[in-house]
Design a binder for this molecule. Structure first.
Ligand code: B12
Length: 474
């Protein structure tokens, strides 16, 4: 099916869209998925490709979407969607419908991966890439241009002209991640992602920072997590990863790196080589792990090498203090070991933050309290208590339906949503409990330790107060 007329002599124009959402703390980090897709197709397409990125988190003017499409006149528009961003499709339905006939729209990302049928049924978008995007998206573009059957595109879910729905099955994962070039950093204005905005790490040690990934996937089976990259960890070679760090360091003056793999310490030996390389190359950088480390598997040697390479902050995802829920969720973290590693990291002067999830289906008040007590009694320096959100097609969602068979719909897609399914079903005021727990956690001693140990104190205190006020008043 040849969808649009395009002459291979002029560049094939793709506009990527990253939706904007209103959250009490408006986090902003580079759209790494889009940058990776852009780099991949530019490298492999046998004809010129021109890519653009409209990040609606940076421009909230309601007219900007239409204006950008009109000025670029792309052949294809690729929309990247997390669950929390899915409202973009419905809020902009009339604009999408206006262009759907002339431009091919493709959706991808975590929301599209889980809800491709919903997108195909309820919007004018007829092409959805499920899971890891680079290989599928590249094949889709070739097929569209050459007018070949869409049934041949791995990883594609699509709607035919007769309105029938198809899913071609997942594409094979890209085994050798070095085949994916370094993300297309020039697609965005990197300057706009620096500076005074909240980011996933919450703390910044340097003026210029970036998020970076050295591997994809995680072998654990936590029932609340995504399955975009499969269950078998694939790793970039150390050289490829260090090359990217050096490019960012020397060409873009980046001095702080937030590593966001799913499981960076999957292979401790490889991690040691990476950390040694950073030291040996004389890269004077700061490193933070807003996720990426499985905290109960770190050893003292790991922590020493992490610190030597520039690590100043680690987030430990503990999730729950209840053994029952640790087992049901299959997180099965070794709580004693993770608490020891938190204390060890703190002794080394590393800022430690804990992630906790409150409000699992059927979770009792005592279980909530156990998690809160664990956080407050630990050596953690910072904490985030999140409300549990069951995403469709996860084991957690199945558990939700088992526990509450009558549950109709889940309004919340962000951990900051106003209401929670949990409070609705149990009558337990989760938001209030979370606020009280946060206030209890930040004791005077903790705050003094933090103020003494955080880098860029002024930045931290102003960000911290801003986030605290937004969260407490939400
Ligand atoms: C960094 C990060 C963030 C950053 C921003 C990420 C971004 N750039 O948008 C921040 C901190 C803002 C963030 C916030 C949240 N996040 Co987050 N985040 C991540 C994390 C750790 C890495 C994302 C990333 O860069 N991945 C690397 C790139 C290469 O992968 P990717 O973006 O998925 O893109 C690939 C495919 O999805 C696909 N693809 C993506 N877009 C498109 C578009 C097209 C056209 C095509 C064809 C393909 C395609 O191809 C890409 C290349 O293979 C992921 C976990 C993970 N491993 O991905 C969670 C993750 C994406 N976040 C998640 C969640 C839940 C959230 C929050 C809702 C949590 C909250 N606090 O409420 C918020 C949402 C806030 C908001 N404003 O909406 C979930 C999403 C679940 C879901 N079903 O939506 C994930 C998967 C984590 C998890 N454990 O489940 N997050």
């Amino acid at each position: 099916m040849k969808i649009f007329s395009y002459s291979k002599l002029s560049p094939f124009k793709i506009l990527f869209i990253k939706p904007g959402v209103n959250t009490p703390v408006p986090l902003l980090d580079i759209p790494l998925g889009i940058l990776s897709l852009s780099a991949y197709i530019k490298k492999y397409a046998p004809f010129p490709i021109q890519t653009f990125c409209l990040d609606l988190r940076l421009n909230k003017n309601p007219k900007v979407l239409k204006k950008t499409i009109d000025s670029i006149q792309p052949h294809l528009i690729g929309i990247s969607l997390m669950d929390s961003e899915s409202e973009f499709l419905y809020k902009n339905q009339s604009i999408l419908e206006e262009y759907c006939h002339n431009i091919s729209f493709v959706a991808g990302g975590p929301f599209a991966t889980i809800n491709y049928d919903q997108i195909l049924k309820k919007t004018c978008i007829s092409l959805v890439i499920v899971g890891e995007g680079e290989y599928s998206f590249f094949n889709l573009i070739l097929n569209l241009i050459n007018g070949e059957p869409l049934a041949k595109v791995p990883g594609l879910a699509w709607r035919s002209v007769n309105g029938e729905f198809f899913f071609n099955g997942r594409a094979p994962y890209i085994e050798n991640l070095d085949e994916i070039p370094i993300p297309d950093y020039d697609l965005i204005d990197l300057e706009k992602y620096q500076g005074y905005h909240p980011n996933m790490n919450g703390v910044l040690a340097e003026n210029r920072y970036i998020q970076i990934m050295s591997s994809r996937a995680c072998p654990f089976n936590c029932i609340f997590c995504h399955n975009i990259f499969g269950k078998r960890v694939r790793q970039r070679s150390v050289q490829h990863f260090i090359k990217e760090i050096k490019i960012l360091y020397y060409q873009y003056n980046i001095r702080e790196f937030h590593i966001i793999d799913d499981y960076f310490n999957f292979n401790p030996k490889r991690m040691h080589v990476i950390l040694d390389e950073i030291v040996n190359e004389g890269l004077k950088i700061k490193i933070a792990f807003p996720n990426a480390l499985r905290g109960d598997q770190l050893t003292k040697k790991d922590l020493i090498l992490l610190k030597q390479a520039g690590t100043y902050m680690i987030t430990f995802a503990i999730e729950t203090g209840s053994k029952r829920i640790q087992n049901i969720t299959k997180k099965r973290i070794n709580i004693q070991k993770i608490l020891q590693n938190i204390s060890q990291a703190k002794k080394m002067g590393i800022i430690t933050r804990g992630y906790f999830m409150l409000g699992f289906p059927g979770e009792s008040r005592q279980e909530l309290q156990k998690t809160i007590d664990l956080a407050c009694k630990s050596d953690l320096s910072m904490v985030s208590f999140f409300s549990v959100i069951p995403f469709k097609n996860t084991g957690l969602y199945d558990w939700l339906l088992e526990e509450y068979p009558g549950i109709d719909s889940l309004p919340e897609t962000s951990f900051w949503s106003k209401g929670t399914y949990y409070s609705k079903m149990t009558g337990i005021p989760l938001k209030k409990i979370k606020k009280r727990a946060t206030l209890r956690f930040y004791s005077v001693n903790r705050l003094i330790w933090l103020i003494k140990n955080v880098p860029r104190r002024f930045y931290f205190v102003s960000r911290f107060l801003h986030s605290a006020i937004s969260i407490l008043s939400s």
